[in-house]
Write a protein that binds this ligand. Structure first.
Ligand code: NAD
Length: 485
């Protein structure tokens, strides 16, 4: 597959290029090869993207909602028809194994489009009776929304933002991560093929400066970012200048709590999925695994036994279960965290090195630390790699306090056969997305997002509609207007 796109950007219904923009090299993480060369958007291209989005938004919002829904539904159908081709591109863009991208990326994007296609025609206001008078409300679009993506799920992130935004009658200008510029361009092509007006979904490439220019443009009504907390702080501050709406999907250091009555095999499966899937590059990962001290040995033995079976390999091979990290810089960062954990006294129970024979790409073994305590860097900072920390606990109140002792609040998981305890603990956890006896399932029907520094707003579900629309309240008087003089 040739990964080089026709041009860097997709604006106003067509590919466009301006080679004076800074070079963006797209590197295949499994080999280190440059597979595509693109350019960052120049101010003229940003201008074109914003102008065309403004124009398209007005026409789009004037359509009957059911017609908007029909277009989004067609996008979902095309994504499914081309799943194989889109998954292969996602694998090249991110280095994630084809085994994953075939089921988790375009497929998840299609679900978001299908879901919000169905909701489009149900977005309505309400009437409020006031005796003879009454108020009715209109739920209106915000206008032009800017989406800024992280590199771990480029197709899914673009779809999770575009689907609710467009269902509500907005347009979107999307800036993918500079690490993964390819997939969103395909989505932009598909929007046109499905009948969306030119300019409704534009893709502009660029580094942080392009993201900042979009987020602070006077025509931008909303910014939705998926990225790290430090970037979130900057984007939120930039949006505040113009009192713009925001959705912030940021990082995490989520706890997974395994009580002594848990089904150990299920808890081990969830800790594997919640730490090693996508080579650990998932925001909601349960990277602090709190295991009750009475089952610690059984849990760790089984976890290591199963982790040994992980098939590391070329992500283009469908048998591969664990691919590389996104970049050499990310691998360096992960290795630094591994070294620091050892220095600070954690026990390296498994992995920790570059797997043998995989030194050309950005591979790292699935890594398990035991004997981790709450103060260690590995238990406090987001690693964004396949590194699991096992901490032990003795009782429920203690583990709740320790689980909440973090500025993050993205996700949490509880494993127990005692359902009363499961609900009680979940109520006490400061996390936007929680799971009982499973981990990292994010169906489009359920709200997804973070508390505390992990974010603002929610993606997916009906909740996303609130974040891509605004309410207009209309008072209707049926009688005369009284005035004091
Ligand atoms: P990042 O914060 O480095 O970059 C995210 C995006 O922001 C990129 O497109 C980048 O170009 C852009 N950006 C950087 N500086 C900017 C600025 N000043 N103004 C505007 N845009 C700017 O994040 P990353 O390294 O690409 O992704 C990893 C992070 O994303 C992790 O922290 C992870 O937890 C988080 N993440 C969160 C979710 C979620 O849904 N909560 C999902 C995936 C990833």
């Amino acid at each position: 597959m040739d990964a080089q796109p026709k041009a860097s950007h997709f604006i106003d219904g067509e590919y466009c290029e301006d080679e004076t923009g800074a070079l963006i090299e797209c590197v295949f993480a499994a080999t280190g090869e440059v597979i595509a060369r693109l350019h960052s958007a120049t101010p003229a291209l940003i201008e074109k993207a914003m102008q065309s989005a403004e124009r398209a938004q007005k026409a789009w919002a004037a359509l009957a909602p059911v017609e908007r829904g029909r277009v989004l539904r067609r996008v979902a159908d095309i994504l499914r028809e081309r799943n194989r081709e889109l998954s292969e591109l996602e694998t090249l863009d991110t280095g994630k194994p084809l085994q994953e991208t075939l089921v988790a990326d375009a497929a998840s994007g299609a679900e978001a489009l299908e879901y919000f296609a169905g909701l489009a025609a149900t977005i309505t206001g309400e009437t409020v009776p006031l005796g003879n008078d009454f108020v009715y409300t209109l739920r209106e679009p915000l206008g032009v929304c800017v989406g800024i993506g992280a590199w771990n799920y480029p197709t899914q992130i673009a779809c999770w933002k575009a689907a609710p935004a467009l269902a509500c009658g907005n347009a979107m200008v999307f800036k993918p991560s500079e690490m993964t510029p390819l997939c969103a361009l395909k989505l932009a092509e598909i929007f046109i093929e499905a009948g969306a007006p030119a300019g409704l979904f534009n893709v502009v490439q660029g580094y942080g400066d392009v993201g900042a220019a979009l987020a602070t443009d006077a025509r931008t009504d909303k910014v939705s970012l998926t990225g790290s907390v430090p970037t979130g702080r900057k984007v939120y501050a930039g949006a505040a200048e113009g009192i713009r709406h925001v959705t912030m999907e940021l990082g995490g250091k989520s706890p997974m709590i395994v009580f002594d009555d848990a089904d150990i095999e299920n808890a081990v499966s969830a800790s594997i999925n919640g730490n090693f899937y996508s080579t650990g590059q998932i925001c909601s990962n349960g990277t602090r695994v709190f295991v009750h001290r009475d089952i610690e040995t059984a849990f760790i033995d089984r976890l290591i036994e199963r982790t040994k079976n992980a098939r590391i390999g070329d992500p283009r091979d469908e048998a591969t279960q664990l691919g590389p990290l996104i970049s050499s810089a990310q691998r360096d960062k992960v290795r630094d965290y591994i070294a620091k954990a050892t220095d600070e006294g954690a026990t390296l129970a498994y992995g920790g090195a570059v797997p043998e024979g995989f030194d050309t790409g950005y591979y790292i073994e699935p890594t398990i630390f035991t004997g981790v305590n709450d103060e260690m860097t590995i238990a406090r900072e987001e690693v964004f790699g396949p590194v699991m920390s096992i901490l032990t606990f003795a009782d429920e109140d203690e583990v709740i306090d320790r689980a909440n002792d973090t500025p993050f609040g993205l996700a949490a998981g509880v494993f127990t056969r005692d359902l009363t305890r499961a609900h009680r603990v979940v109520r006490a956890l400061e996390a936007g997305t929680c799971w009982i006896n499973t981990y990292n399932l994010t169906p489009v029907e359920a709200p997804f997002g973070g508390m505390k520094q992990s974010g603002v707003g929610r993606e997916n579900s009906r909740a996303a509609i609130e974040h891509y629309s605004q309410v207009k309240s209309v008072y209707v008087a049926m009688g005369d207007v009284e005035a004091p003089y």
